[in-house]
Every structure is written in C-alpha cells, then in structure tokens.
Design a protein around this ligand. Structure first.
Ligand code: NAG
Ligand code: NAG
Ligand code: NAG
Ligand code: NAG
Length: 296
C-alpha cells in the first residue's frame, strides 16, 4: 500500500499495530486525529459541576497542590483527584456513552482531634436522591499520588492520597493555621472546658463554629424558623416546663462563664429570668443547645 496522505498512512500504521498487538488498547495513546479520543475528550468536558469549589484553605504548605491533578486507574475506571477542586471518574472505554462523572467538588476539611485528616469533596453527580461525595484521606508517602479508591457506602467514595507533605507530625495541626484572634478564642474555649464550665458537647459546638469562621468547614445553612417549629415537640406542659428550667440553668451557667471571661454576648433571652415559658421564648431556647454567646 502506498501512503499518499499522512492521515491515511497513520491509519494504516494504526491498523498494523492493532493487528500485531492483538488489538490491544495501545492505539488510545495515538494522536486524536483518528476520532477515537474525541469521544473521551467530549465526555470529560461535558461534566457539569453543581457548585463551585470552596477557596483553598488549611495548611499553607498544601496549597501548592491546588491546580494539580492525580490519576488512579483501577479496572475499567480512571479516577482523577484535583486537590481543592474536584474528584471525577471516567470509564476507560470507547463506547459512545462511556460513563464520566463528578464524584465531588472541594467543600471542606475533615477535622478530627484538632488535626486535618481529610478533604471532603461533595455535591457530585446525583445518585438516587443524594449526590455523590468523596472523602480524600491524606497519608504520608514517598511521592504525591492517589494510592487507593473504594466505595464504603453507595455513592460515598474514599480515596487515599499519599504525599510527603503530611509526613511531619505537625504538618496537619489545625491550631497553627488559625489567625491570632481565632487562636485566642480557642484558648478561651479550651480554658472554659478545662474548668468544666462547658460540656464536651458545648466545647465541640463552639469549636465547630470557630472552624467555620476560619473557613475550614462549610457553614451549615439551616433554615432557622423551620428547625424550631419541628423541634417543638413537648409531650406535656410538665415536660415543657422541665425543659425550660434546664435550658435556663444552662444559659445562666454559660452567661456567668462568658462574664467571667469578659466575652460579650447578646442578651435577647436575658428577660426569661422573671417570666414563665412563653411559646416565643421557648422557640429560642429549644432551637439550639443553649448557646446564645456571640463570640465573634
Ligand atoms: C476539575 O479540576 C480541574 C483542576 O483544577 C479542572 O481543570 C477541571 O475543569 C475540573 N472539572 C470539573 C468538572 O469541575
Ligand atoms: C490526638 O492528638 C494528640 C496530639 O496531637 C495525640 O497525642 C493523641 O493521641 C490524639 N488522640 C487521638 C484519640 O487520636
Ligand atoms: C520510600 O523511600 C524509602 C527511601 O528511599 C524506601 O526505603 C521505602 O521503601 C520507600 N517506601 C515506599 C512505600 O515506596
Ligand atoms: C473587659 O472588656 C471591656 C470592654 O468590653 C474592657 O474595657 C475591659 O478592659 C476588659 N477587661 C479585661 C480584664 O479584659
């Protein structure tokens, strides 16, 4: 066969390769003038993210990972993790309708024991009545790479990302990442917890709010009004009064704590002292776990 046009020559060569290598997928790597790759490219560019990613946050030495992407191929799928941006999955097939999907968009950190342990990528492609989401665990390794992928729950994926950037024992601590103001707040909350002026639950709640303030966790957008009406379920007036007394004691305890630490707070529910439990006040008291402090 004579090669007249370059394109035909390439096709001819490709056919040869396909025949001699037993039709293996090697051709995939060839230039996409053959139209084979176009399918894959269009699959990827067709992905529509539901939300935009959160800003880059957390340990500054990890920020250099932003804009990079890491692949992991398992069986028929390729997984792509782009830190601080997204996780996607691509079926390695040339079917016209090969699956490509978003497994999550960068949202917030997973923080455990005051340590960054993973990155939550949420609001991926829908999966039944939920959206796919992925937790990327950060573990120490010789080089930066995706080390494994699993799906512990349907449409909840778990990726393990190895990187030398997290090998130092202090590399993932949350405290050093915070502003001076927030560090001071944390000190105060910790002191209050140490003196047993707040419960473990209260401490964790304040800490969560502090992390939200720092932009490390997404602020929970809860429709307040709805929440308080649905939680207004008292079996009896007696139960209601008991609850109210408990909440009032808790509020007084917290108020004295705040005063002691010279932290200003809103006194919108301060009048409850001399009054019985009116429905309006009760909504206030029941909607949350008794925190009325404005620590910011
Ligand atoms: C995923 O992140 C990469 C890297 O930042 C970006 O180029 C790509 O467009 C993103 N894809 C989607 C579907 O958001
Ligand atoms: C929490 O972290 C501290 C040090 O940062 C460590 O000593 C302790 O063992 C950790 N606790 C748990 C339950 O992981
Ligand atoms: C990491 O690198 C060290 C030293 O180069 C080597 O001894 C070790 O086997 C490597 N570990 C892995 C998991 O590759
Ligand atoms: C307490 O706060 C007030 C202002 O709210 C300030 O004038 C005062 O110096 C503070 N006291 C201490 C001990 O921090």
């Amino acid at each position: 066969m004579e090669c007249v046009y370059l394109k035909w020559c390439l096709l001819y060569l490709t056919a040869l390769v396909a025949v001699t290598s037993g039709g293996k997928m090697k051709i995939v790597e060839e230039p996409n003038t053959f139209g084979l790759n176009n399918q894959l490219v269009s699959q990827i560019s067709r992905l529509q993210a539901k939300i935009s990613p959160s800003p880059v946050s957390g340990p500054p030495h990890l920020h250099r990972l932003a804009g990079k992407c890491y692949n992991y191929i398992e069986a028929a799928y390729k997984y792509v993790f782009c830190p601080f941006h997204n996780v996607t999955q691509h079926e390695q097939s040339f079917r016209w309708n090969a699956y490509s999907g978003i497994l999550g968009i960068w949202q917030e950190w997973e923080i455990q024991n005051n340590t960054f342990t993973g990155m939550w990528m949420r609001e991926g492609d829908s999966c039944g009545n939920k959206n796919r989401q992925t937790k990327v665990l950060l573990v120490c390794g010789n080089s930066s790479k995706l080390a494994s992928v699993s799906e512990p729950q349907t449409c909840v994926y778990s990726l393990m990302f190895e990187t030398p950037l997290v090998c130092h024992s202090h590399s993932l601590l949350v405290y050093p990442v915070l502003s001076e103001v927030l560090q001071k707040e944390w000190d105060e909350i910790a002191q209050a917890r140490y003196e047993d002026l707040i419960t473990e639950q209260g401490y964790n709640k304040l800490l969560k709010e502090l992390f939200e303030e720092a932009g490390l966790l997404r602020k929970a957008q809860q429709p307040k009004a709805e929440k308080s009406t649905t939680s207004l379920t008292h079996q009896s007036l007696e139960q209601c009064t008991q609850d109210f007394e408990k909440q009032r004691a808790e509020i007084e305890r917290l108020q004295s704590l705040l005063t002691q630490h010279n932290i200003s707070y809103q006194t919108t529910t301060g009048r409850t002292r001399d009054q019985g439990p009116s429905p309006v006040q009760d909504q206030h008291l029941h909607g949350d776990t008794g925190f009325i402090a404005d620590l910011h």
